[in-house]
Design a protein around this ligand. Sequence first.
Ligand SMILES: Nc1ncnc2c1ncn2[C@@H]1O[C@H](COP(=O)(O)OP(=O)(O)OP(=O)(O)O)[C@@H](O)[C@H]1O
Length: 640
Amino acid sequence: MSRSDSAQITLEQFVSTMSPLIDMEKEAEISSSLGFSSTRNDHTSQKRGSTILNLKCANVQTGLMGKALLEFQPNKGDVFLAHKFSPHDVVVLKPNKADQGSPSIGQGVVYRLKDSSITVAFDEIPEDGLNIPLRLEKVANEVTYRRMKDALIQLSKQKGPAAEMISVLFGEKQPSYSKKIMQFSPFNKNLDHSQRDSVSRALSSGNVFLLHGPPGTGKTTTIVEIILQEVKRGSKIMACAASNIAVDNIVERLFSHRVRLVRLGHPARLLPQVLESALDAQVLRGDNNLLANDIRKEMKVLSEKLLKSKDRTIKRNIRKELRTLSKEERRRHQLAVTDVLKNADVVLTTLTGAASRKLEKISFDLVIIDEAAQALEVACWMALLKGSRCILAGDHLQLPPTIQSAEAEKMGLGRTLFERLVDLYNEEIVSMLVVQYRMHKLIMNWSSEEFYSGKIQAHSSVAEHMLYDLENVKRTSSTEPTLILVDTAGFEMEEKKDEEDSTMNEGEGTIAIGHALRLTESGVLASDIGIITPYSAQVTYLKVLRGAEPKLKDVEISTVDGFQGREKEAIIISMVRSNQKKEVGFLTDHRRMNVAITRSRRQCCLVCDTETVSHDRFLKRLVEYFQEQGEYLSASEYGY
Ligand SMILES: Nc1ncnc2c1ncn2[C@@H]1O[C@H](COP(=O)(O)OP(=O)(O)OP(=O)(O)O)[C@@H](O)[C@H]1O
């Protein structure tokens, strides 16, 4: 599908194309991240990181609205071997020696993860089996895939609150908006002109509006203002994002305003500071839940009676009564949930959560999706179907969602709704924020010229801020430049492949760590430094090097993709590619470099082989920009 074709896609084409792609993606996720179904060997799956073997249960607590929090530690050694578990993953607990397909002791959600312990939230404390060696297995989260397919079925019916909006989003009807400029009195008096203008246009939009937020331009600040203005005029809103952290970010910013909000989601997936707003917490406080509690108590008494009783007729009657009570308890609980959701002005949830049964009978005047350029279009539909208007916020010039299946990606799964709508309607429904609050102007200018037609301006509070303006940072040759290019060309620092075929570059790793050390010696806090690189093998290698430098413990090391949405005072980028053939692999995805460079607030240090990367015209311009505007150093200055 060409770009313009896919922008013009009909509803029918979209549904029939996406349905098999969702299956492909699901299969790819299961086999890549779990690697479990294809292997019957525990140690292979431990090696692939999908299982953590030989654990002991070190602590059991209740918390998080009645969940059981179990902490596991390795039986042997102090730290876990490398694994692929992350907070929020769904896991099952089994005896260490159990067969692969054997039943689990319990299923839960990873709540906390450290080098030497993992805490999992279970609905209930597993009854027994905790005193033996245990293992945790990651399981595929199939709920999202099922819900996306359900959303496609719903979408194809073109009914419900979103019926008209669907026609607009598939180009069958023109977007509507009010012609008169919507005046409003801002809650946030600091909004800049483009933020105000965007809020005003959002308020006058009839069915769809896109908020284009380049790096650091205050997209979330603007979304929060839109939410407050919409609540003021009586709208019921659902605010979503693909990730939990982005949703919590909005929740936190709404706290200081008197908005009736509820955060839907598993408590183990929410930031501790938003737990009070969680649906579960509010349900616990509701009247219907108090009644449900009384019923639960009554059921407990009856169950004990049932155990003691020998008389068949009495037993039959008790069972009957228990069934009636259990039905009533469920009804009361459901009512308690509905009460909370109905009374809220703003419901906040992930896109997957938007398709939860709890929201089945509830619709919204407005659905807002943050990070929309990083979400699959099918995922967005899980939320969009519940509203009659939508506002999507994002930046299609940064990285799109990660797709596991290369084939599904090729066939269009990764094409986002945000990008499709930009192509379909252009400026008519898009407003771009143009003042940024993160980067020194030299860092910003390259990105602004390459990606945003030179329209971005640096706010005066950041335009000239320097690393040495930070408290306790000395002005040295390392902290003085805003842009640094460390050129490794001619130093024979060839890239190589690791076991999993990811690329790495040891020489670049040493230089990046060397520069981080110089910065800390000048007084920059390690936690203010980030080292990012496109390749996961390089991340692993850099972490090994960091391990040998206690001063750098708090330096964050990540792939570029993993760092999207984040920022640091100083960013060091290791580009990795260095080869005779001058291949630059996926560095050619320009959006990846846009994300990489724009993570830095006061200094950006680029470590690369200029001969290799300059083979790509876009990267050549980047290198030239750094040479002209920054400090050019050769690898020899870092001991080579
Ligand atoms: N009008 C403003 N005046 C002063 N500071 C602002 C303004 N708008 C945003 N900021 C600041 O800019 C930073 C980024 O804003 P915000 O968190 O809203 O953006 P974001 O959309 O989450 O991030 P990004 O733009 O990188 O996607 C924050 O520190 C915020 O306080």
